[in-house]
Design a protein around this ligand. Structure first.
Ligand code: 5GP
Length: 194
């Protein structure tokens, strides 16, 4: 997505060869017009599939899941991060290790909001190690819903996330795929045909 790559080049801060900060426009302060465009594109990548629900994980996926949900005219659900000890028996849960925060936590989704009959598009801001998205895929599988695919805003293609998801036979789309970065330098994969 050209508009997104341009903004990353202009306003992204490359903190190291693995961490990109985009919190001036994507995931702390949010450019709402851009988020809505991103939502249309995230949904559009799976336009040929019937989708009944969008699923993400708090907090940084929420604005994009909402935008994709608006584009598809379906609800979105966000998995909550919760300690195992407080976990409700009425929830699906998965264990996730956070790449940016370097901690492991439980994510949960109420059984009331996901189940057999749902066709789910998973959305998130970043695909990095894949831990967060693998956790969401496990939750969808546990719920008996059908997973349509995973649509991400930014993929760090040099990390293992895509490989893990593809091993689970998950169809993955990303709007901007970074092939290499270092402070002051960033390279994107050739854009897929839009
Ligand atoms: P993963 O589980 O794929 O490693 O990434 C989980 C979450 O970590 C993403 O949803 C995102 O919120 C955060 N994350 C991973 N890599 C980056 C990064 O380079 N920059 C930012 N801002 N967040 C990241």
């Amino acid at each position: 997505m050209r508009m997104l790559e341009d903004r990353i080049r202009e306003q992204g801060l490359i903190l190291s060869d693995t961490v990109l900060k985009v919190d001036s426009f994507l995931n702390h302060q949010v450019d709402t017009a851009l988020a809505l465009e991103i939502g249309k594109e995230l949904a559009g990548r799976f336009a040929d599939k019937p989708i009944t629900k969008v699923l993400t994980i708090e907090a940084s996926g929420i604005q994009f899941a909402m935008a994709a949900g608006i584009a598809l005219n379906v609800p979105f659900v966000y998995a909550k991060k919760k300690k195992a000890i407080t976990q409700s028996e009425q929830a699906y849960s998965a264990s996730v290790h956070s790449f940016t925060k370097q901690e492991t936590y439980q994510v949960t989704v109420s059984k009331s909001y996901l189940g057999p009959g749902d066709k789910v598009l998973i959305v998130d801001d970043f695909l990095a190690t894949g831990a967060a998205l693998v956790g969401l895929v496990q939750i969808v599988n546990e719920s008996g819903a059908e997973l349509v695919g995973v649509s991400c805003v930014i993929e760090k293609g040099f990390q293992e996330g895509r490989g893990l998801l593809e091993q689970m036979n998950v169809s993955v789309q990303s709007l901007a795929t970074i092939t290499r970065m270092a402070p002051g330098e960033i390279e994107f994969a050739e854009p897929v045909k839009e």
